[in-house]
Design a protein around this ligand. Structure first.
Ligand code: FES
Length: 142
């Protein structure tokens, strides 16, 4: 199975969305497009208790996107990503815990939080209010 060597990545630091656009313990899907070609990156962001996690939205089983319904990537317990095609479950590192691709993994993406241009520093509950989630690049599996 391909490990995604052919995936296209936008430039480092590309803004994906405001950090407040994804509620804690929720997921959202995004498609980033290259304005100069037909290249696209379909990705998932999961707002875990440990921070934002990003993955290429491509199941290692058959290469399909995980979701049937927009932004719905979590299992019923909300503790794993689930592929709607054949039920593979993935933890917050992207490892497949169960299903037809057990032991394989989603391609993890490195994300960062950057202060929005011109925003003043915020703290506490609003620590995410003036920040954007940006894509840094692809992460190696640990
Ligand atoms: S395509 Fe994801 S489990 Fe089969």
């Amino acid at each position: 199975m391909t490990r995604g060597a052919d995936i296209w990545l936008p430039p480092r630091g590309t803004v994906i969305c405001p950090a407040t656009a994804i509620e804690p313990e929720e997921t959202r899907g995004f498609v980033l497009s290259d304005p100069h070609s037909a290249n696209q990156l379909d990705l998932i962001i999961w707002h875990t208790p440990g921070g934002f996690r990003g993955f290429v939205n491509k199941c290692p089983h058959l290469g399909l996107p995980l979701e049937t319904f927009p932004d719905r990537f979590l299992n019923a317990l909300g503790d794993a990503l689930i592929c709607s095609a054949h039920g593979a479950l993935f933890d917050a590192t992207g490892r497949c815990l169960a299903g037809p691709c057990k032991g394989d993994a989603l391609i993890p993406l490195e994300l960062a939080l950057h202060a929005r241009q011109g925003a003043r520093a915020s703290t506490g509950q609003n620590a995410l209010a003036d920040k954007d989630i940006v894509l840094i690049g692809r992460l190696a599996h640990s």
